[in-house]
Structures are given as structure tokens and as C-alpha cells.
Unconditional design. Sequence first.
Length: 276
Amino acid sequence: MTDLVVRKLLVDLNTPFAARWNGGDAFRSAFFSALSMSFPVGEQFFMDSVRAGFKTLPEDKRAQFATEVQGFVGQEATHRRIHALFNGHLERMGYANTIAERATARIKKQAHLDPRMHVAGTAATEHFTALFADWMLRHPEALEGAEERLQTLWLWHSAEESEHRSTAFDIYQAMGGSHLWRVRVFRYVSFIFMFDLLRQTVRNLWHDGALFKLSTWRSCAKLLFSQDGMLRGNVAQWRDYLREDFHPEQHDASRSQAWLRDNTRHFTPVSSPAAA
């Protein structure tokens, strides 16, 4: 059980930003913009899946998870709204959000599946976002040169992703989901998530005019594939999910807790279990 605080982020997202908003770096800007473009549709799916899964639980388990699910939905709804504002600026600069279109079509096509599959998909994606989130908190230089308000947006989102990393996983377990299908869905999500993210990043770079520049791919190699890069540096943590005895709480969340503790000036609590 996790106490999840819903927070209102106190940053200005009405003011436009540059296409290469991440320190003038074409790849870092295109990659993180691609992530943001995936968030609103994804987070709506996460909320819908966890709520649907929660409703299938027996009454005693619903009572156990009610407060946590409410906090999870509140946090994800806030992320969806904030990134919709961020994505609105990208759209006005001419960036086409095809990752959201593909995700929406996939969700509709798979709507008939057992609710446990949707919750398993949510848990798998939340594992990815929690890994990336903790990496971001370890490597704030990935946002070097970005405006403070945009750095705050990404680090706040990272901290909350780490904070609620267990919710969908625990709901899946409570629904009687098996390890076999948890791993199968995780492998599927791993492929789809990375393929879609790469495709949207390439599309963003094409629009930016930086796709065929050597500096773009040098930045890619450094961000993703250096010794402690976002992808290469998370391989062991990715594999952890395949273990039958794995639980997200086994991964350290101290950086998330520290950021939320030390940056209260950037947000105001909207609701919390302590206030309920």
C-alpha cells in the first residue's frame, strides 16, 4: 500500500518554448517530446485500466486499495493535463503526434481483452516509466540548458512516476494475474513502447531538420547508450521484472522522495491520504 499525494504543479505552461527546448540539443528535445506525446493517451489508458481492474476485486480488497487507486488516478490525471499543454505547443510548431494515433487505435482494437491484460499492460509500462524516472533523477544533466519550468515539469513527473510504480502491479496481483502472462505482456509492451518511441523521435527529428546530422546521433549515443545511459544503464532493472519474485518496491525510490521533499515550492497538494 502506498500513500499517494495528488499535487498541482506550479509552473507556467502557457508560454511557448523553442522546438529545441532541451538545451538546444536536437536529439534530447525530439526524444523527450516524443515521450510527452505518448503520455496523455497512455495515462488515460492507465487510469481506465486500473479503475476497471479495481472494480473486479472482492469487497475486502477494494477497501484495501481504494485510497491508493484514488491517488493513482489523481496523479495520472494531472500528468495527462500538464503534458497535453506541453504537447499543444509542439502541435502549434507543426509536430505531428502519430504515437498517440497508433496508441489510440491499438487500445480500441484490444478493448475486448480480459481486464487483467489491460492492468498487466499498465504495470509493464509503469515499470518502464519508473526506470526512466529514477534515471532522470540520477541524471538531471539530461535536461541541461532547458528552462527551469521545463526541468521542473520533467523532474516532478519523474518523482511521481516512481512514487506510484507499484499500484498497477499490485492490482494485477490482487486480480489473480499470473506470472506467465505478466511476463508475456511485459515483453510485448517493451517492443511496442520502444518501437513507437523511436518512430516518433525520428519523425520529430525529420520535422526539425536534424535527422541526418552527425551531432544528432552523437547526442543519441550519449543519452541512451553510454555506460549509464537511459537504455543501457537500465538493462538490469528491466530484467528484474522477469523474475517471479519481483516487486516494484524492490527498486530504490529514495531520489523520488528526496525531490518531492526538497521541491515543495514547485507544487501544492490537492489531496492526500492524511487529509482524507
